[in-house]
Design a protein around this ligand. Sequence first.
Ligand code: FES
Length: 252
Amino acid sequence: MSAGSTTRGQRHLGGTMRRDAWWLELLPVIALLSAFGIYATLRALEGTYYEWGPYLSPFYSPLIDPHHRWWPLSPALLILIWPLGFRLTCYYYRKAYYRAFFLDPPACAVSENRKHRYRGETAFPFVLQNFHRYFLYAAFIFLIFLWRDAVRAFFFDGRIGVGVGTLVLLFNVILLTTYALSCHSLRHLVGGKLDCFSCATFGGPRHSAWRGLSFLNERHMLFAWISLITVGLTDLYVRLVASGAITDLRLL
Ligand code: FES
């Protein structure tokens, strides 16, 4: 059934001919994004307990001016815009938070409360969503630092070792990498924009890469949520260890 036929004659906010509990799917989105937003903001402002031994919280990587020579506030605030911008402009998250927080529209075939002319993402501030591709480029630079942090987490006072934190940091960067590789913009860049692979330069390798990225892209929503949760939990783990609330268990 098309959206037009399910909302016809139901033009007030939430008006629909749907009979299912369509609003239920908004609740976990509101809960998770709100919880993560509050936690990440508090942690970014805190400016302490972000490092222990070879572990560095992903919220603070790369670590810039930790001794406050020229930046008086939390080092996390210097880099926050990049991971935040990447998530905020993500095609999947846009759908999720437009629905959950702006009710614009609340769900498929459910009316929004539109009193103004619809301009989509062609006018400020939503036109800024078009910067997603540039945030993607930045995300890959950040991933280089996070992979470096994960490798460093294998070295304790110059000796190779493995702690629970090592595995936490490694798991986190694998998921963040998978999330970035499943990005719609990346799939488009690699091959989605091509009509003919065999006519394009490096068409064969691009086709193979595009097929692999398409496999991940079909699961983009899943990676978006799992990586959001794990990056928060990774920071929490480093914070708990750094503050002395728990002890890191050495496995090797
Ligand atoms: Fe979600 Fe690019 S579309 S990260």
